[in-house]
Design a protein around this ligand. Structure first.
Ligand SMILES: *[C@@H]1O[C@H](CO)[C@@H](O)[C@H](O)[C@H]1NC(C)=O
Ligand SMILES: *[C@@H]1O[C@H](CO)[C@@H](O)[C@H](O)[C@H]1NC(C)=O
Ligand SMILES: *[C@@H]1O[C@H](CO)[C@@H](O)[C@H](O)[C@H]1NC(C)=O
Length: 437
């Protein structure tokens, strides 16, 4: 802001006073002031039809995420004609223009409709106006505007927001005060500021991608006269490379961890530990991002949504794995009911879990008749699982193996379903995210 202020100071000095300072007869100016303002009433509109030319010069902006408002420091250029302020320069010692405090003259009552600081009127400081001898009045106040801009954080931390500032006469219709554009685009000084080594000065966390200015005429049902406002749309994008390291990379790590949890064999005790660890890390990630985004709770960022979903899937996987451990290690455990087991076996075909299906299938229907298949089962099981957690299953052969393995099958199926759902969620999220990357 200090940069802007001082820049403005120089600009104003050059712009306003260099010419005024020419052969300047103070007596003539005093006489002119007296003649112009003796009967001047600043509360009366200059004419029944005043055209106010409008331009905006954006100097600096910042998104205020707490209040979901965009703060813009700008020079608003206003120009209008006040017929009461005409004079003949020849009569006043060739004085072509004078400067006047803005509190002495009529000004258009332009105001920000979507003001985020309601109740605080625009502050013009002690800016002077320039009055030209043909009645033209030029007013270039540096103002700080706050206007609401609801943020959509879906693609956080790559979010882009379209913020629109609406400015218009507060009480006058479009006939009395007709705001018109001087140029189609607002002037942007944003990209001009570069340091000596060619690096752009960063503007906080936000980049201005595009800005448009449009004039809108609206006629309401109630009244015949048009109402005119000026809209300045600014497309701002978050520019936060740090989030690559603090958000995106950890999220990728968590995704890989989750995949590993699903791929661990269901009867492994490590699975529960590993899954628990993954849960804690997920929760920490969600807590951290929640602090960053808590101002926009209506738009959940995809990245947070994904971690939440992965958390729920890991919970499901751990619960079933714990249940499996519990049931498989219980020597008097009962197997699953046939109603559940039949569809499980069909499902295990579909999910390419042939090994588990074989184990359970054989033990269920053939162990009692022949010992040979059971032995095969025993081997394939050990090869597939290869860890201590299940060895005791074969301790009391005929009694405990079959029911314990039922649970193993259930766990494997749940894990595989979680994995498929997870990959689907991951792919969908990545596809929607790729639009902004
Ligand atoms: C931004 O919003 C304004 C007003 O709603 C609209 O006219 C403009 O097309 C939008 N711009 C983009 C890039 O979406
Ligand atoms: C500075 O900003 C301009 C305009 O956005 C861009 O074209 C240029 O590449 C940037 N320079 C650097 C060094 O980032
Ligand atoms: C500005 O106008 C151009 C062309 O009409 C449009 O493509 C662009 O989206 C607009 N930008 C904003 C911020 O509305």
């Amino acid at each position: 802001m200090t940069v802007v202020r001082s820049a403005f100071g120089c600009g104003a000095a050059l712009l306003f006073f260099s010419c005024v300072a020419q052969a300047y007869d103070l007596n003539q100016v005093r006489r002119l002031h007296h003649d112009l303002f003796n009967n001047y009433n600043m509360h009366v509109v200059p004419s029944s039809q005043t055209i106010v030319k409008f331009r905006m010069n954006i100097k600096h902006f910042d998104m205020i995420e707490d209040t979901q408002a965009l703060m813009v420091d700008s020079w608003i250029v206003n120009e209008w004609v006040d017929p009461r302020l005409k004079w003949d320069p020849e009569d006043y010692g060739r004085v072509y223009k004078i400067s006047v405090p803005h509190t002495m003259l009529w000004k258009p009552d332009l105001d920000v409709y979507n003001n985020a600081n309601v109740g605080k009127p625009l502050s013009y400081g002690n800016t002077l106006l320039i009055v030209f001898h043909d009645g033209r009045v030029l007013f270039v106040p540096p103002v700080r505007l706050h206007f609401t801009c609801v943020m959509d954080l879906t693609f956080w931390p790559h979010d882009t927001h379209n913020c629109t500032l609406t400015i218009g006469s507060w009480i006058h219709d479009g006939i009395t005060i007709d705001p018109q554009l001087m140029h189609d685009k607002p002037e942007l000084d944003i990209n001009e500021l570069q340091t000596a080594d060619g690096k752009n000065l960063t503007r906080g966390m936000w980049n201005l991608l595009d800005a448009n200015i449009t004039r809108n005429v609206r006629v309401y049902d109630c009244c015949p006269e048009p109402y005119i406002d000026i809209k300045v749309s600014m497309l701002v994008a978050r520019n936060a490379p740090a989030y690559d390291w603090t958000v995106k990379l950890p999220a990728v790590g968590l995704c890989i961890l989750t995949l590993v949890v699903f791929l661990l064999p269901p009867a492994a005790g490590e699975k529960v530990i590993f899954g628990g660890l993954s849960l804690i890390l997920d929760v920490m990630f969600i807590a951290y991002t929640n602090m960053e985004i808590s101002n926009a709770p209506t738009h959940i960022p995809l990245i947070v949504e994904m971690v939440c979903e992965q958390l729920m899937l890991v919970v499901a996987s751990i619960v079933v794995a714990s249940l499996t451990l519990r049931m498989a290690r219980d020597p008097y455990t009962k197997g699953l009911h046939t109603v559940i087991k039949r569809p499980l076996i069909v499902l295990s075909y579909a999910l390419c879990l042939h090994n588990y299906k074989n184990i359970v299938g054989f033990t269920r229907w053939e162990v009692s008749r022949a010992h040979q298949p059971y032995a095969r089962t025993f081997k394939s099981d050990e090869l597939e699982l290869g860890e201590n957690g299940t060895t005791h299953l074969y301790g009391g052969p005929e009694v405990t193996t079959s029911p314990g393995l039922d649970w193993l099958l259930l766990s494997a199926v749940v894990d595989r379903v979680c994995l498929i759902v997870y990959v689907a969620i991951f792919t969908i999220n990545m596809l929607s995210f790729s639009a902004v990357l």
